[in-house]
Design a protein around this ligand. Sequence first.
Ligand SMILES: NC(=O)c1ccc[n+]([C@@H]2O[C@H](COP(=O)([O-])OP(=O)(O)OC[C@H]3O[C@@H](n4cnc5c(N)ncnc54)[C@H](OP(=O)(O)O)[C@@H]3O)[C@@H](O)[C@H]2O)c1
Length: 251
Amino acid sequence: MKVAIITGASAGLGLEYLKAAPKYFPDVDEFWLIARRREKLEEAAKAVNKQCRIFPLDLTQTDSYKRLEEELNATHPEVTLLVNNSGCGFLGNVGEGELERQLQMIDLNLRGLTAVTHVVLPFMPRGGRIINVSSIASFCPNARMTVYSAGKSYVTAFSYGIGEELRARGITATAVCPGPMDTDFIYLGEIKGRSKTFDVMPYCDPASVVIGSYKAALAGRASYTPKAFYKLYRVLAKLLPTKLVMKMSKT
Ligand SMILES: NC(=O)c1ccc[n+]([C@@H]2O[C@H](COP(=O)([O-])OP(=O)(O)OC[C@H]3O[C@@H](n4cnc5c(N)ncnc54)[C@H](OP(=O)(O)O)[C@@H]3O)[C@@H](O)[C@H]2O)c1
């Protein structure tokens, strides 16, 4: 049985990954959908004409990776697509506000993504595709979202690293680096209306980001950045002094 696993499939970009998946991965027999809210996942499952298995898991919790691993060991599927999309980002300086929020970003965006990848990889066949949702925040440290942007740098670097490790197995990893999107993320993170940069930067359309990332993944590309504006930002962030880029991109 060929399976696609999508984390954060209950809303936003993850829901778009689910909706578009049957077109780009027609061989998938079953979708495994992971997020905390069961009812949202059940609703999301109606978006595709395929069998869906619901996993209401909190990916900040170690038990959740164990639960996924148990299901993989019991079912022995071929996981041909893994989309590591679950993520959160809170605006605010380190040392201010709740510590819990800073740790939640680390536990979900870094630890959760690493753990899911680790338990899924033994079940991935040659030709398997991994998509790791990173961000333009990975290009340069963003003050006021320091933990988030440092974490997304990890996601991009992790994606490149496993891509190299998996080359001999014929599995590819693609780091997807979108700019702002009008999803729950910017409201839950209390970003909307509180960040000058977020208010003026061009927004990315989640459905278009998904199409671009599926095409990039199928082409075996190591990264995908939507929009010419953010492709240019990526190049500038590599060429210019970090301090200068940080001034330009301050959240
Ligand atoms: N929106 C932006 O401006 C933007 C820009 C660049 C990159 N990104 C990245 O895009 C990805 C998707 O975000 P989005 O914009 O679609 O935001 P979103 O609408 O808030 O979706 C986040 C998804 O992650 C899931 N999630 C949150 N906490 C979780 C947890 N503890 N365990 C398991 N799943 C959890 C949520 O489902 P439940 O609440 O049901 O758990 C939801 O499905 C994230 O990795 C984010 O960092 C977003």
